[in-house]
Structures are given as C-alpha cells and as structure tokens.
Ligand binder design. Structure first.
Ligand SMILES: [Fe+2]
Length: 464
C-alpha cells in the first residue's frame, strides 16, 4: 500500500516537461545520498540550473538503519519519503527533469546483484518514487534500465542508464584482506556465464547504441574505466567489460562518455583504447557520502583528475557552438558548487577512429598492416597503410599510420632525402597525406616508436 504522504510526494515529483528539441547544455549528476543526514549540496546543484539531473544510484540508503517495526519494503518507502522531503531535492524536482537508475543501497543491499530476493518489489517502489508512467516499458520489463534522447539533429544527447544490479552475477572475493581494507577484495569473476547486464539488457543496449546521437552519456552506477581498486567495478567481470567495449565498437557509436558513482570519491578516468577513441568515465560520489577526512588519491592507472575526499556532484556542460567541434566540459563540483576537478574535450575526439570507422587498408598479399608491423621489429617487411598524419623536418618526411603520432599504435615511415629523388623529387609531406602507400624495409625503432626508414625511391609506392 502506498501511504498518503508518499502518494502526495510522488505527485510533487512530477517531471517538468522539457522541450525535446532544445539541445542540452547543462546536465548534473551524482550518487550516494543518505536521506537520514543533511543534503545541502542539492541546493547548490539546483542553483546551477541544470536542464537534466541524473541520479546514478544509492539515491537512498534503504538497507542502513532500517525503520523499526515495518517490513523491509515499507522501510524502503519511508526512506524515499525522507529523500522527497529534503529541501534541495524538492528544489531540483521543481526546476529540472530527473532520470534515475539505482545502485546497491537503493536496490536493496550492499553490493548485492541478481540474488536480491525483493528486487521486483524494490523496482516498483523505485518507479513509483520517480513517477514513471504506468505505460513505461520499465513497468513491465525486469530492471530499471532506460534511455532518452534530447535535442535536435546535430545536437543530440542520448542518455542511456544501465541497470547494473538486477541481473548482475554474484561477485567473487579474494581469500586475503588487503592492507588497510575492511573485508575481502573482489577478484575477477571469469565464469563464462557471469553477467553484468543480462541477455535482455545487452540486446537493448546494442539497439540503443545504434540510435543516432552526437553525445551519449552512459550512466553506470559502478565504474567502467577505473580498474585497479579492490571494490565494485565492471572489471569484476572482465569479459563483460570487454563486451561493453565491443558493443560500442560494433555499433560504431561515437560520443560515448561514462557517468558513474558508487565510490564515495570523485575522479575522471580515461581509457585510450577499447572503443576506438578515448573512453572517459567521470565518477561523482557522493552527495553526502564523500569521504570526509583526508586520504590519498587512489591508484588508478587511467586517472585524469581526482577528488579523493569531500561531497560532490557532477556537471557536464556542452558548448554546441564551439569550433572546430562542440566542447564538452566534464566537471566535479564540491559542496559549495565550485569546480573541484574538470577536463574539457572537443567532441571530435570522441569519434570512432581508424580502428572502427575507417578500417586500416587491407593489405594485398605479401604485405602487412602497420599494426602487424609493430610486432616485426628487426624484420624486413612490406607494409601497406593509409597515411593518417604527416610531419617533416629539414631532412625528413614522416608518414604516420595514426592521426596522433604519440598513439601507441602509431607506425611511422621516415623518408630521408636520399629517397626523395626520381618521381619523388618534388614531393612534400602533402604529397602523401591521406594516401595509401606500400613500403618495403626493415622495422627499426627510434625513441620508442617503430618505423621504417626509406632511403631509396624504389622502397616506396603510392597506391592511391
Ligand atoms: Fe554509496
């Protein structure tokens, strides 16, 4: 039964309509709100006037200090009522649409997954609280995953919110605690059947990623990129993390940025490889659960910027008019609403690269790709590649297989002046830009980059 107060608050949480044609420019998000403690940060968040607010889970702590004398589900409803009465929450609700998914504590229990026995009831309570219409697919499907696209063509933001709880297989724990850690660390679950999203949700996600959009905010309650810490994260089931990258690649989906929570810290991480372009994961946690003492920045081999302590929320801003492409600012804001950490990306960085959209030239018989040439140090080979970037010095022309010459997959052809004779006598770097070339030579190394130095005209052929 829904209590009268709850019903009233549900009405109050009616989402103001957003003109879907208007491009989004300010999206706030975050996670981890203990409804039993003050949440002044919500007011700072509302003051920034976001056009959309994404609640990424642990939106309440249903399992901590359960209400006395009522069932687990009644207690959960009371916790939601408490959240609904928080002044900052009321302010957000009045001024901006909310999209939400859940994490463990609002789903039901710490770190729990598909084995949670009240998950269907919990789902109904969640959907009621967020005022999800009766005809919404989430009212009949298992799990709270959903997506919505905002804005006109050319300025579309697709928000995809995953459910990382309903189907997630039980995680595996190690046998020995790590120094300074309570409990046992998670270790990779490599069981072939282990899943994060479950079959249905995977199919749905694949279809979503094929929908047209310029920017895709992929909300996952737990971190996707960060992989070194012993807590919950996608890396707990490595094959599923790989699968996530693969479905993004296979869909040729550009503009993906992960939003995550859960950790009671904030950070921006970036994985240079995996989806064909840099995958950013901006983690904001928590609204009032950020670590309050001092602590060092956690080990994260993909770290861009960290805020290891203090309450926080995330803000993504988009300048659609920026040149040469729209500019996205990923920000973590502190309790005062000030920027604590940020990174700014031009949207063209988030385009599927040669590894996806523009597949490297398939070499003809006897020739190999530049990626294969990277494995042939010291060997004489024939390489065929598309010149993605060029450079020159007084005595040399450099032809690169990747747009960014510091890319770890870059292979370089170095043309010395000795090679620039005969048909290449008047050649400049522009002669080779975007051309497919065939080069014969021995793979050598210079300053950590593998390359072939071409000293004779006959080593080099322009194919197209
Ligand atoms: Fe939390």
């Amino acid at each position: 039964m829904i209590r009268p107060l709850f019903a009233l608050l549900m009405l109050a949480s009616a989402i103001p309509a957003l003109a879907e044609e208007k491009p989004l420019t300010r999206i706030a998000f975050g996670s981890c709100a203990d409804q039993d403690r003050p949440l002044p940060i919500f007011e700072k968040l509302a003051d920034l006037k976001p056009e959309l607010f994404i609640a990424l889970g642990d939106n309440i702590y249903a399992d901590l200090k359960p209400e006395k004398g009522v069932t687990e589900m009644e207690s959960m409803k009371i916790k939601y009522q408490k959240l609904a009465a928080v002044p900052g929450w009321v302010k957000i609700n009045k001024t901006c649409p909310i999209m939400a998914t859940w994490d463990d504590h609002d789903y039901g229990k710490n770190d729990i997954g598909e084995e949670y026995k009240h998950k269907d009831e919990s789902q109904t309570i969640f959907l009621d609280f967020f005022n999800v219409p009766k005809d919404d697919p989430r009212r009949t499907q298992k799990g709270v995953y959903h997506a919505k696209t905002f804005g006109p063509e050319g300025k579309r933001v697709q928000v995809i919110l995953l459910d990382t709880r309903y189907f997630r297989s039980k995680l595996k724990k190690g046998t020995a605690p790590l120094p300074g850690m309570r409990g046992l660390p998670y270790v990779p679950n490599t069981d072939p059947g282990a899943t994060f999203l479950g079959e249905e949700q995977w199919k749905w996600l694949e279809a979503q990623l094929k929908q047209p959009a310029e920017i895709r905010l992929l909300g996952s309650s737990v971190q996707v990129v960060s992989e070194d810490h012993p807590f919950e994260k996608w890396m707990n089931i490595p094959a599923e993390r790989e699968k996530l990258f693969k479905v993004i690649r296979d869909a040729n989906a550009g503009g993906v940025i992960v939003l995550s929570g859960d950790r009671h810290l904030a950070e921006i991480s970036m994985l240079p490889k995996g989806i064909g372009y840099p995958l950013y994961d901006i983690t904001s946690s928590g609204f009032n659960q950020g670590f309050q003492g001092w602590r060092a920045v956690e080990k994260n081999s993909h770290l861009v910027a960290a805020m290891p302590h203090g309450n926080n929320f995330g803000l993504v801003t988009i300048d659609w008019m920026a040149t040469p492409s729209p500019r996205i600012s990923l920000q973590v804001r502190d309790e005062e609403g000030e920027i604590a950490i940020k990174d700014t990306l031009p949207l063209h960085l988030l385009k599927p690269g040669p590894a996806v959209a523009e597949l490297p030239v398939k070499p003809k018989e006897g020739a190999i790709s530049p990626r294969d040439a990277l494995k042939k140090k010291g060997e004489k080979v024939v390489v065929e590649m598309k010149v993605q970037a060029t450079g020159s010095s007084k005595t040399r022309i450099f032809l690169n297989s990747e747009k960014n010459r510091s890319d770890e997959l870059n292979f370089t052809i170095v043309l010395s002046t000795k090679a620039l004779t005969g048909k290449y006598e008047k050649a400049t770097k522009e002669t080779f830009a975007n051309k497919v070339i065939r080069v014969t030579g021995t793979v050598g190394e210079f300053n950590g980059t593998l390359q072939i130095v071409v000293d004779e005209e006959k080593q080099l052929e322009i194919l197209e």
